[in-house]
Design a protein around this ligand. Structure first.
Ligand code: HPA
Length: 231
């Protein structure tokens, strides 16, 4: 057991999907995995291990924001030997040519969080995806509408600063709240990481996903995530 994950050693696969929402972890386990076994319920942050196409995989909720995902990823890397971690989540588009319902593979994840600067003693690290995972995900995703580009992991969902305009200036495609921490921890601990995101809303146009599109694009994201996990 770790502090926040109730699994015994060996109960979690080296390959894991990381949705922010613990109920999405449950939904993925029940709808996409064979023989899922729940290994965590501490704080209702559900985690499951099962098989996908005969390969053992896990899915673990991380909660929202850099502090929360950092706790789970740290414990998964240091105490459960996770080697390959793929975030699946939603994001808010800020680029004009990115539409609601489309997928984004985050090649890099900038951030306004202080965590990375503290990690590098003031340097601006460029947190980036693992190339093998990015390439495999692109192969799995290209039959859908997919973008590959930079995102930014913001500390504030309700941000009243000019960050949005600045990030648009530098062609950042979308905002979310976790990928940067995942990439930084993976770099430090020499693990493989990727964030696969579906665009749930557009921050500039305020377009939002309707419930039927939501189901379809979430299915696409999970399929791409699982195929990449076993690649
Ligand atoms: N900001 C941050 N995270 C998000 C957003 C957003 O607008 N939409 C979905 N996740």
């Amino acid at each position: 057991m770790s502090l926040h994950i109730g699994a015994e050693a060996g109960e979690i696969s080296e390959r894991i999907l990381l949705p922010g929402d613990p109920l999405r972890a449950k939904w993925v386990a029940e709808n996409f995995l064979e023989n899922p076994v729940q290994y965590n319920s501490i704080r209702n942050m559900f985690g499951y291990t099962g098989t996908y196409k005969g390969q053992r995989v896990s899915v673990q909720g991380t909660g929202m924001g850099i502090p929360s995902i950092s706790i789970y990823v740290h414990e998964l890397f240091t105490q459960y030997g996770v080697q390959r971690a793929i975030r699946i989540g939603t994001c808010g588009a800020i680029a004009d040519d990115v539409k609601v319902g489309e997928l984004i593979l985050a090649i890099s994840a900038s951030t306004d969080s202080a965590v990375n600067r503290r990690a590098t003693n003031g340097l601006d690290l460029a947190p980036h995806a693992n190339f093998h995972l990015l390439s495999a995900a692109y192969q799995a995703a290209k039959k859908f509408k997919v973008h590959v580009g930079g995102v930014s992991s913001m500390d504030q969902f309700y941000d009243s600063t000019d960050a949005l305009e600045k990030l648009r200036e530098f062609n950042v495609l979308a905002l979310e709240m976790e990928a940067s921490a995942l990439y930084t921890l993976a770099a430090k601990m020499r693990r493989e990481a990727l964030a696969i995101l579906t665009v749930s809303d557009h921050v500039i146009t305020h377009e939002a996903m309707d419930p039927s599109a939501r189901e379809k694009t979430l299915n696409e994201m999970v399929e791409v995530g699982l195929e990449t996990l076993i690649s």
